[in-house]
Design a protein around this ligand. Structure first.
Ligand SMILES: O=C(O)CCC(=O)C(=O)O
Ligand SMILES: [Fe+2]
Length: 351
């Protein structure tokens, strides 16, 4: 059982695959306790091989080591509208009042051809990936293969975690099958440069305090720490220690809404003051974009009203994006307006 002020515990997920009834029950009880408390836990004993985790992390570093012009060839903002490709440093502000974030990203998802009904209907984050050209990156085939292999294995893990979540609510483990069928999930390779010593400590973030928008997030960290979760009760920041081979799992806003706020989508952030480069890979599992989410069974007392109206997965996730990118855009416009109002020699750099 996790207690007030405890960092997210490491749970052995192998009980789901091979455990006896008692081990499975313990896993379900531990996951429930985390969902009620901080909405965060780590898992070992899953089926994603260590070599594949290492392989994708190696690619994460290799991709961000490319020169900026080459990364810009697959710029997410100019090459497509379905959220794939490279995201420049300082493109997001998730925490109101802080500086644009010290992270760059590369978005990958299911390889959806332009003939697919999700693409033609412009469904949430659905379309072909944006890979660098072989002239830019001669072994791009291996980047693509490793990324997709990793992506599909983590998506399968997300489906297994949904089975455990169903059991935490005393539902049949197949309860979420209609929701996970045709699910959309997006993964992003992330690189957090170490915070320069002269950057304002109170305002600088790798990623500002935020909650995730989707259903669950499955995150791989490298060895450099920096991820912190706000303890829901003490309001202290707890470090989520990088653990070799483990995934960090957290619930997103959609899961919280779906459970009538019984389960927690918790605030977290990254501050990298380690002096080293930090790399991580979250996979955001949204679910089937057309699935309608409305208060889950066993999440409200007899006669109690559901807090939220039904909403599709797509509507819920898109609402979250609009808020965070809008903030970064406003910041940049305001900063640019200030620069334009200043004598040239004293202009400040704007991301
Ligand atoms: O990089 C991390 O450790 C966390 C990333 C994260 O919170 C996010 O991308 O939403
Ligand atoms: Fe997050």
């Amino acid at each position: 059982m996790v207690g007030v002020g405890d960092a997210p515990p490491i749970l052995d997920f192998s009980a789901f695959y091979t455990g006896d009834a008692a081990a499975k029950k313990k896993l379900v009880d531990d996951v429930r306790s985390c969902c009620l408390h901080n909405g965060f836990f780590q898992i070992t004993g899953h089926n994603v091989p260590r070599e594949l985790q290492q392989g994708i992390m190696d690619w994460n570093k290799k991709f961000f080591d490319l020169p900026l012009e080459q990364k810009m060839e697959v710029n997410k903002d100019t090459s497509n509208t379905w959220n794939r490709g490279y995201e420049l440093l300082k493109s997001q502000i998730l925490e109101e009042g802080t500086l644009p974030e010290l992270k760059e990203g590369f978005y990958i998802g299911d390889e959806i051809p332009k003939s697919h009904p999700y693409f033609t209907a412009k469904k949430l984050n659905s379309g072909p990936n944006m890979w660098p050209s072989p002239t830019t990156l001669p072994d791009v085939d291996d980047f693509q293969k490793t990324s997709l292999d990793y992506y599909y294995q983590v998506v399968d893990l997300a489906k297994d975690i949904m089975k455990v979540l169903a059991q935490t609510l005393d539902l049949d483990e197949s309860w979420f099958d209609g929701f996970v069928d045709g699910a959309v999930a997006t993964m992003r390779l992330l690189h957090y440069p170490s915070q320069p010593p002269d950057s304002p400590q109170k305002l600088t973030r790798g990623i500002g305090a935020h909650t995730d928008f989707g259903t669950i997030t499955i995150l791989l960290q490298d060895k450099v720490a920096g991820l912190q979760v706000l303890d829901n009760q003490t309001k202290e920041w707890l470090d989520v220690e990088p653990t070799p081979g483990a995934f960090v799992v957290n619930l997103g806003n959609l899961m919280m809404r779906w459970s009538n706020d019984k389960y927690i989508s918790n605030t977290h952030r990254v501050i990298n003051q380690s002096g080293e480069e930090r790399y991580s890979i979250p996979v955001f599992f949204s679910g089937n974009p057309d699935f309608v989410v409305e208060c889950l069974p066993n999440c409200r007392a007899e006669g109690e009203e559901a807090k939220y109206a039904p909403i599709t997965v797509e509507q819920a996730v898109l609402g979250g994006y609009a808020d965070s990118y809008g903030r970064a855009e406003r910041f940049k416009k305001d900063a640019a307006a200030k620069v334009n109002a200043m004598p040239a020699a004293t202009g400040v750099a704007v991301a």
